[in-house]
Ligand binder design. Structure first.
Ligand SMILES: [Zn+2]
Length: 273
């Protein structure tokens, strides 16, 4: 079974009213303009079928408005009811009043993880009550939390933010029993697993390869496996930002065993499939 471990879809209402939603949500404004490619569930399913992907993780973003958070989470869960291929992951507005009950409700409806979260608005994010409670719930239900990772160097892009390796490291260290998936190879955090104490602190951390062709050359796969562990790297496209075929073509240097792990065994394990 081949799995794409991170993609995004949005309901039609949002793509039809980009300007209204831009006023509502800071993260939306950062990520989307009229030219940004937005996909609905139907297109995503067409795309995975063309590329022999059997299951696809669909997540949100680190929204900062309750309205968008709710609309997108419900759309992802509705889409899962329509398409068996979808593995739904729900996002949380870390600046909301008390979104914990909603999160429990999404878990009840089948959410397999939390995310994708963006933490960059608040330097004191580790003390954010909603984040603390969200991680408690994720731990209780054994769900992974997907967090965007930002490279501290290199080109900028919409939504890059400052989820820097040191911030992700400190969050994982403070919450050692939680399962995390740090997106985009954790902004490079994966390479610090060459340090024994870092490897130990990050033992429950996985890394996805979302948007890899925009960020890194394809050698990163072999290097990430060697610095971390063959069991902790996940294939992800970040579709519709980039097409799945192009992302899959980057796996050409990997052995069958390596491909089986990052496309199949690892997501099955981390998302409890
Ligand atoms: Zn991301």
């Amino acid at each position: 079974m081949n799995i794409d471990s991170l993609t995004h879809i949005l309901p039609k209402e949002i793509s039809e009213e980009i300007d209204r939603f831009k006023k509502l949500d800071k993260k939306f404004t950062e990520l989307f303009d009229e030219k940004t490619k937005i996909s609905q569930a139907e297109e995503l399913i067409g795309e995975i079928k063309k590329n022999n992907i059997d299951k696809v993780v669909v997540g949100g973003f680190g929204w900062s408005s309750d309205e968008i958070t709710k609309m997108v989470n419900e759309y992802i869960l509705d889409s899962k009811n329509k398409y068996d291929e979808i593995i739904p992951v729900c996002s949380v507005n870390l600046y909301s009043k008390n979104p914990e009950l909603e999160l429990l409700n999404y878990i009840d409806k089948g959410a397999k993880g939390v995310g994708e979260l963006h933490l960059n608005y608040d330097e004191e994010i580790e003390n954010n009550k909603i984040l603390i409670n969200t991680l408690k719930i994720a731990l209780e239900y054994n769900l992974p939390t997907i967090i965007h990772g930002s490279e501290p160097v290199g080109h900028s892009y919409p939504g890059k933010g400052r989820n820097l390796p040191e911030k992700l490291y400190s969050l994982a260290k403070k919450n050692p029993s939680n399962k995390f998936i740090f997106s985009h190879f954790g902004g490079g955090l994966v390479f610090y697993e060459h340090m024994p104490e870092v490897k130990e602190a990050l033992r429950n951390v996985y890394y996805d390869s979302a948007a890899q062709p925009f960020l890194y050359d394809k050698k990163i796969y072999k290097n990430a496996i060697s610095s971390s562990n063959i069991k902790k790297i996940l294939f992800a496209s970040d579709y519709p930002l980039i097409n799945i075929k192009r992302c899959l073509s980057q796996l050409s240097d990997l052995s069958e065993d390596e491909k089986n792990h990052i496309l199949s065994y690892n997501p099955i394990s981390v998302f409890n499939l």
